[in-house]
Design a protein around this ligand. Structure first.
Ligand code: FAD
Length: 149
């Protein structure tokens, strides 16, 4: 029998130095590495970057998520890493993406700003489900945007 699935959702603050171009290039590298490593670890998920923040969803077995998240958490390219949820999952929501991406030029990013605003810019108050709904709607509707533009 296969191991139970889990889903982890966290948010963090961008700590990549430099201008927009430098940040964009670094995120491209993060994504490329994430997509390769996640595929090897049988992890799926999505990453959103906007308003100086990251929101990421990771899906897989408990141990696979934990192992990868330990690396992510220590990464100096972000800070204030805050877990919103880490809970069992019946089926993968982002099964077709080793790491889908939604950047700051997208409609979802505008919606994320709205969510952040509603939380009084205290992202620890944002609900994990809001992040899932936002990324799900966006990635499924515009699959082609699941890459850095
Ligand atoms: P190496 O590539 O050998 O790097 C060693 C150390 O240097 C690590 O601590 C790494 O964090 C740090 N590092 C690497 N490149 C840079 C750089 N350009 N500037 C500063 N420090 C650097 N990885 C995944 O596998 N899956 C994911 O889903 C994933 N999502 C991420 C989301 C965010 C928001 C961020 C910031 C990173 C993410 N990463 C992800 C990258 C992860 O943090 C590791 O850098 C990556 O997995 C490589 O790990 P490694 O131990 O092989 O490190």
């Amino acid at each position: 029998m296969s191991e139970p699935l889990y889903q982890l959702i966290y948010i963090s603050k961008n700590a990549i130095p430099g201008d927009d171009g430098a940040v964009r290039r670094e995120i491209k590298q993060i994504l490329s590495s994430a997509q390769t490593k996640n595929a090897q670890a049988n992890l799926t998920g999505a990453l959103l970057f906007n308003a100086g923040c990251f929101a990421q969803i990771l899906e897989g077995t408990h141990d696979d998520i934990q192992e990868t998240f330990e690396r992510i958490q220590c990464d100096p390219r972000h800070s204030h890493v805050t877990i919103l949820t880490f809970q069992p999952l019946a089926t993968r929501v982002f099964g077709q993406w080793s790491m889908g991406y939604v950047g700051q030029d997208s409609i979802a990013a505008t919606q994320f700003r709205g969510i952040a605003q509603a939380s009084g810019f205290d992202l620890t108050k944002v609900k994990g489900e809001q992040i899932v709904e936002l990324l799900k709607a966006h990635l499924f509707e515009t699959e082609s945007l699941a890459m850095v533009t």
